[in-house]
Design a protein around this ligand. Structure first.
Ligand SMILES: [Zn+2]
Length: 204
């Protein structure tokens, strides 16, 4: 697309930004742009407005770092007093939280780390929301921490790190059962596999 002389600078810029999206390379970006060009102005504006609203209307929950409305300090899960207040499920990303919520197996709280350790890409422990997790443990009566992280190298090293750092807190720390295939991400795991891994979680 960048070398396509038929497309002007605007389209090239848009293609460049779109190709940053996960799973969207230059070819797919081009496909999306041509699709949009064939829509009427109203249709394009509707999409553009919704994207613009994301930044303005969504913020991170002050407690667990899940997404929430900009008007709320806490997300709906943290606000829900019906949920078990003494279990925290630690996930890497908000979409993993959604995958676990969709199982309807878990009724506790969450903590979103906002990534997993990845020294090659500069993701060191201070880049993850680990301090705020420890603070929650100090301020609340938590009985169990469930480490629901991807079954890949970064997930494993994050589990090892957290296991070590959580030791002094004297609580039950569990991880998902080994049923998840190596390299599997929580987000894309099929529901039956994830549900089994969740139910069969093992104490560390
Ligand atoms: Zn929350």
């Amino acid at each position: 697309m960048r070398n396509n002389p038929l497309l002007n600078e605007l389209l090239q810029k848009l293609a460049y930004e779109m190709s940053k999206l996960p799973g969207v390379g230059p070819k797919t970006a081009e496909k999306y742009i041509f699709y949009l060009l064939n829509q009427n102005e109203e249709e394009i504006n509707r999409l553009a407005n919704l994207i613009a609203q994301l930044a303005k209307n969504i913020r991170l929950c002050e407690r667990c770092h899940n997404f929430t409305s900009v008007n709320e300090a806490l997300c709906p899960i943290c606000q829900n007093k019906q949920r078990e207040q003494n279990v925290i499920c630690v996930v890497a990303r908000q979409q993993d939280l959604i995958a676990i919520e969709n199982l309807h197996e878990y009724n506790g709280l969450y903590h979103v780390l906002r990534g997993t350790l990845n020294p090659v890409e500069g993701v060191t422990p201070d880049k993850l929301s680990i301090n705020s997790l420890l603070k929650r443990l100090e301020e609340n009566q938590i009985n169990e921490i469930i480490l629901a992280l991807d079954a890949d190298i970064n997930g494993e090293s994050t589990i090892l790190y957290l296991q070590k750092i959580l030791k002094p807190y004297n609580l039950k720390v569990t991880r998902l059962a080994k049923g998840m295939p190596m390299g599997a991400s929580i987000e894309y795991a099929d529901e039956a596999t994830l549900a089994n891994a969740f139910k069969g979680r093992k104490e560390l």
